[in-house]
Design a binder for this molecule. Structure first.
Ligand code: ADP
Ligand code: MG
Length: 259
């Protein structure tokens, strides 16, 4: 099986229309640090890609370049065939198309849960308030926090807040969802409630890029595992192959430490 473009129904090369996120020879430095080195990565529609690797390997930076929280030095990134916009309303729209969920939940503390999920819809998508509210309530129900709608984020557990953050991103009808260690800041007993929501999203066909150390999630939800080290993609493979039979010494070493 090809290690570069494994998709659920892969039969021969996927057509270009199937390519939702394409990074072509992307390089980025922070000063002297070459944090992303010659990154080529294509994410197909409906694909779930889990990115793993040691701390400092560039996983967060990779995610942040895809919704242009970070600029790149060379190479190109396209989303649904279009290059990333540089600024202004186009950029706001890109960030709506590329939902992002961070380790820290980043909800607006002075807005209710419901308002948090309505805000992007009314401001960026220009949805009218009533429609935004209906949609927000439905999404909060979907992630299991419908009864918390009128509370403030601080009144919720970490697991609940993270599910609100997922609902908020989904409210924009994103084309792809990026998750950067979404369960790393959670108490252990709350990890599964967030992973379950992500698992369901994956089953529903959402295109997802997930940075995580949750190998159970990677095994059950990922179509492909991308292993990064020192700013490079060292290895990519379908999860069973990667976990049972990693090829690179870097991946073997990493897996021996975490499994
Ligand atoms: P990971 O998410 O895999 O832990 P990061 O993408 O956060 O890795 O970081 C990769 C490297 O880039 C690290 O060495 C980190 O210290 C460095 N780095 C990240 N963000 C910045 C920044 N804004 N300025 C300078 N160095 C940074
Ligand atoms: Mg990180």
């Amino acid at each position: 099986m090809s290690e570069v473009s494994v998709t659920k129904n892969a039969e021969g090369p996927a057509p270009a229309a199937d390519q939702l996120v394409v990074l072509d020879n992307v390089n980025k430095h922070f000063g002297a640090l070459h944090v992303l080195q010659d990154i080529d990565l294509t994410i197909h529609r409906g694909e779930v890609v889990v990115v793993i690797g040691p701390s400092g390997s560039g996983k967060s930076t990779l995610c942040r370049t895809i919704n242009r929280l970070e600029t790149i030095d060379t190479g190109s990134i396209t989303i649904d065939g279009k290059p990333l916009p540089q600024e202004g309303r186009e950029l706001a729209r890109l960030r709506a198309d590329v939902g992002m969920v961070f380790q820290s939940f980043n909800l607006f503390a002075h807005k209710t849960v419901l308002e948090n999920v309505m805000l992007g819809q009314t401001k960026v998508r220009r949805t009218d308030k009533a429609a935004a509210m209906t949609k927000a309530r439905a999404l909060l129900d979907r992630v299991g926090v419908g009864t918390q709608a009128d509370k403030y984020p601080a009144q919720l557990s970490g697991g609940q807040q993270q599910r609100v953050a997922i609902a908020r991103a989904l409210a924009m009808d994103p084309k792809v969802m990026l998750f950067d260690e979404p369960t790393s800041a959670l108490d252990p007993e709350m990890i599964n409630e967030v992973l379950d929501v992500m698992q369901q999203l994956a089953r529903d066909g959402m295109t997802m890029i997930v940075v995580t150390h949750e190998m159970g999630f990677a095994r059950s939800a990922a179509n492909r595992v991308v292993f990064m080290a020192d700013g490079r993609i060292v290895e990519e493979a379908e999860p069973n192959q990667f976990f049972n039979n990693p090829r690179s010494d870097r991946a073997k070493d990493f897996l021996s430490k975490i499994l």
